[in-house]
Write a protein that binds this ligand. Structure first.
Ligand SMILES: Cc1cc2nc3c(=O)[nH]c(=O)nc-3n(C[C@H](O)[C@H](O)[C@H](O)COP(=O)(O)OP(=O)(O)OC[C@H]3O[C@@H](n4cnc5c(N)ncnc54)[C@H](O)[C@@H]3O)c2cc1C
Length: 409
């Protein structure tokens, strides 16, 4: 593992740092920093435009498709500096992080030219149509089907747990295009417009009243024949690329939000006296060690990605990373609530869906005003599920990294 960064990375770091200083509100991220609701609204409205002008949205994409063509090293530095400053990146997870890079890797030239600039500019927003009522971990059991009718695919079936489906313009969806092929073959990866007859979105309300998830029903929905990504019946391989992006991004920055949150939890423990409880201290020490492990593993992965040295352990780190951070986060959020005690029951948040430096976007709503820690606690429950459950990640480590016999069934 190499802990030093090349000189050109450091000069790029200085460039980002100065851009952030010029563009973030004064005092951003400092203790005691507050924004009025009006300032916060203005910030949210203006920030994406500033990011776009700076070229920081999808900055690794090639220049010909509207990106800035950053190298891996530069992208790492960019992420590090944004994380250090607690500056939000644009939150279009599905477009920027999942389908955009998938189209870059697998798409036709026409698909790249049509979709990538529209993802960058925020003109097209996305949702992910993989899971079905009987196909979650066992994704290849999916039943949604697409049949050709002249120049168009016609789609029938149902997806579930489709985040953001109510707002999305397009869905990237897996459908069976050859019903006679074996389970993992015969699936295609389609880009389908959401706002059309034949697509019905039904929100699933959660315990706090919000409804990020949806069921999506397709009854004769259509998309052009050429909207298949990565070739007909090759959808399984393309989907695995998307899931790879979902499970393992931001090698050296992932730990930072956890460190920030842990600092806050330690401060609460000091203030309310729980820090002198030996069992609490032990759990805090373990949490700190876990975050350090995440940081060190991130640096080790980066060294391997940059190709200086081959490190066979890195494959195991990559496969185990999602399981490790999601289980860590559940443990530490339970610890946070134990430290808060009865105070943890009081809802002290105010505005829902706001940006919080270091946390990203807070969930919840006006009539269930969770604060940042409570919001993080609730969301941590889902983190061992989305993007591949912790159990499935263990199977992957066992089978693909350790070479253990395959799980049957
Ligand atoms: C917050 C959130 C957002 C999501 N957003 C989306 C989205 O936008 N689009 C989308 O397509 N999906 C989305 N999902 C769905 C998610 O991908 C699935 O929930 C996940 O893949 C698990 O599938 P399942 O819910 O059907 O559970 P199941 O697969 O039925 O699993 C149930 C339990 O059995 C365990 N299990 C299953 N198979 C095995 C095995 N072989 N070995 C060991 N244990 C096993 C699992 O680990 C789990 O604990 C989202 C989920 C969450 C929580």
């Amino acid at each position: 593992m190499d802990l030093t960064y090349p000189a050109e990375a450091e000069s790029f770091r200085a460039e980002i740092r100065s851009w952030l200083e010029r563009n973030l509100p004064e005092g951003w991220g400092q203790p005691g920093f507050e924004m009025s609701p009006e300032d916060r609204t203005r910030f949210q409205e203006e920030w994406t435009g500033k990011l776009f002008d700076g070229g920081w949205i999808c900055a690794t994409w090639p220049k010909e498709y509207g990106g800035k063509g950053l190298t891996t090293m530069e992208a790492v530095v960019l992420n590090e500096e944004f994380a250090r400053a607690g500056a939000p990146m644009r939150a279009d997870f599905f477009g920027d992080t999942l389908v955009g890079p998938t189209i870059l890797q697998w798409g036709t030239e026409e698909q790249k030219r049509f979709f990538l600039p529209k993802i960058l500019s925020g003109q097209i927003s996305w949702c992910q149509g993989f899971s079905e009522p009987d196909a979650g971990s066992d994704l290849a059991s999916l039943k949604t089907r697409a049949e050709l009718d002249g120049e168009e695919w016609v789609i029938h079936g149902q997806k579930v747990w489709t985040t953001q489906a109510r707002y999305a313009d397009y869905i990237f969806l897996l459908a069976r295009t050859d019903p006679d092929a074996p389970k993992h073959a015969g699936i295609s990866y389609l880009l389908v417009p959401m706002k059309q007859e034949g697509v019905e979105v039904r929100p699933i309300q959660q315990i706090d009243g919000s409804a990020e998830f949806n069921e999506v029903f397709f009854s004769g929905a259509r998309c052009p024949k050429e909207n298949v990504v990565g070739g007909l019946n090759n959808g399984w391989n393309v989907a695995m690329t998307t899931l790879g992006f979902e499970r393992g991004t931001s090698a050296t920055t992932g730990h930072r939000r956890f460190l920030k949150e842990l600092d806050e939890i330690v401060a609460i423990a000091r203030k309310n006296g729980k820090a002198s409880d030996p069992l609490i201290r032990q759990r805090l020490a373990r949490a700190w060690s876990d975050v350090k492990i995440l940081e060190i593993n991130g640096l080790r992965s980066l060294t391997a990605i940059l190709g200086e040295r081959k490190d066979p352990g890195v494959a195991a780190i990559g496969a185990g990373n999602k399981m490790f951070w999601s289980e860590y986060h559940q443990r530490v959020m339970e610890l946070a609530l134990d430290i808060l005690g009865m105070d943890g029951q009081i809802l002290t948040g105010s505005i829902s869906e706001e940006f919080i430096p270091g946390y990203g976007r807070r969930r919840g709503r006006e009539s269930y005003p969770v604060n940042a820690l409570q919001s993080s606690f609730f969301f941590s429950r889902s983190e061992t599920i989305w993007g591949g459950t912790a159990q499935i990640q263990r199977n992957i480590v066992g089978e693909r990294v350790l070479g253990l016999p395959r799980v049957k069934g």
